[in-house]
Ligand binder design. Structure first.
Ligand code: F6P
Length: 344
């Protein structure tokens, strides 16, 4: 029997509750472990604010979006004495290890804690699917489905009004959501962070399409896509979070204006934003989250510290946190080439 602390950090993500339930259910029923869940990510560890996680408190949460623990973008390394506070919470709660569930930032903190001798097993979470070491993160498929449904609906207005509609989806470093939802939704152009774009080329594609008989177009753009000759576009004036990330959102506004001016086609934009992270997880994400949770508690029970659970092909494996965090996992070139086949 051992005691572990679980936390969810960064943006919320469909499937987080499935992971928590997987960890706790297997940990209690198979190994007789005990769990606390820290509130609001690393913020709860710093404040030593936690709840007991039991079979009772994790019942009925599998299908629920968000996280029963709450989340935040708190960075303990940006807080004076943060590391001491983390150590104090672990000692006070008599914990044998931590299981943080998060993306590059939350797991980046976990990685540093490993060097401090703290026992950690990471679980990869992000709708952006940009964490290395794992083929998919949970939450991604739900976000893609939400974005695809939105593109389907926006087709109606685009077609009825002969408009160009620009749909902005999430994707800070990588265009996975844009590429998947764009392919699934039949987008006429897809713009991703990995390929800086030229607005004149975008307009040529749209014009070619309209000149060959189409009366409307759909452009899907990832929030992190940048113009070839410019910087990242954000409506939030360079606001950054505790990990130094600029608050994104608004590239679609610039595209709407630029495309209408250059082509004369009436253009409208829609920014999907947090809708993509909200609501119930699709079945795929519930299953992947459950499998990650179960593997994470197996790894913690084995004392296989410094690892992140991951999906490789159809198998759940453990990879070093280092490997997962070295670089973001960028869009597969072949996938983007497939998407390009349908441009214009
Ligand atoms: O989880 C990553 C992400 O979805 C990014 O694509 C996006 O930039 C960010 O979250 C926005 O999150 P928030 O508005 O909660 O800070």
């Amino acid at each position: 029997m051992a005691r572990f602390g679980v936390l969810t950090g960064g943006g919320d993500c469909p499937g987080l509750n499935a992971v928590i339930r997987g960890i706790v259910r297997k940990g209690i029923n198979q190994y007789g472990h005990e769990f606390v869940g820290f509130r609001y990510g690393w913020a709860g560890v710093l404040k030593n604010e936690a709840i007991e996680l039991t079979n009772q408190t994790t019942r009925g949460i599998l299908h629920r979006g968000g996280t029963i623990l709450g989340s935040s973008r708190t960075n303990p390394y940006k807080v004076d004495g943060g590391l001491d506070q983390v150590r104090a919470a672990i000692a006070d709660r008599n914990l044998d290890g931590l299981i943080p569930i998060g993306g590059e930032d939350t797991l980046g903190v976990a990685r540093k804690l490993v060097d401090e001798g703290i026992n950690v097993i990471g679980v990869p979470k992000t709708i952006d699917n940009d964490l290395n070491g794992t083929d998919f993160t949970f939450g991604f498929q739900t976000a893609v489905q939400i974005a695809t449904d939105a593109i389907d609906r926006l087709h109606t207005t685009a077609e009825s009004h002969n408009r160009v509609i620009i749909v902005e989806v999430m994707g800070r470093h990588a265009g996975w959501i844009a590429a998947y939802s764009g392919i699934a939704g039949g987008a006429d152009v897809i713009l991703v962070p990995e390929r800086p774009f030229d607005i004149d080329e975008v307009c040529s594609l749209i014009k070619r399409r309209h000149e060959s008989g189409s009366t409307f177009s759909i452009i899907v753009v990832a929030e992190g896509a940048t113009p070839k000759d410019g910087d990242i576009v954000s409506e939030f004036g360079g606001q950054t979070d505790a990990f130094g990330h600029v608050r994104l959102g608004g590239i679609a506004v610039a595209l709407e204006k630029g495309i209408e001016e250059r082509t004369g086609y009436e253009s409208r934009m829609t920014i999907l934003g947090h809708v993509q992270r909200g609501g119930t997880p699709v079945a795929y994400d519930r299953v992947l989250g459950t499998r990650f949770g179960v593997e994470a508690i197996d790894a913690a029970t084995d004392g296989d510290w410094g690892k992140m659970v991951a999906l490789r092909g159809t198998d759940i494996v453990r990879v070093p946190l280092d490997e997962a965090l070295a670089e973001p996992k960028l869009l597969d070139t072949k996938l983007y080439e497939t998407a390009r086949t349908f441009f214009g």
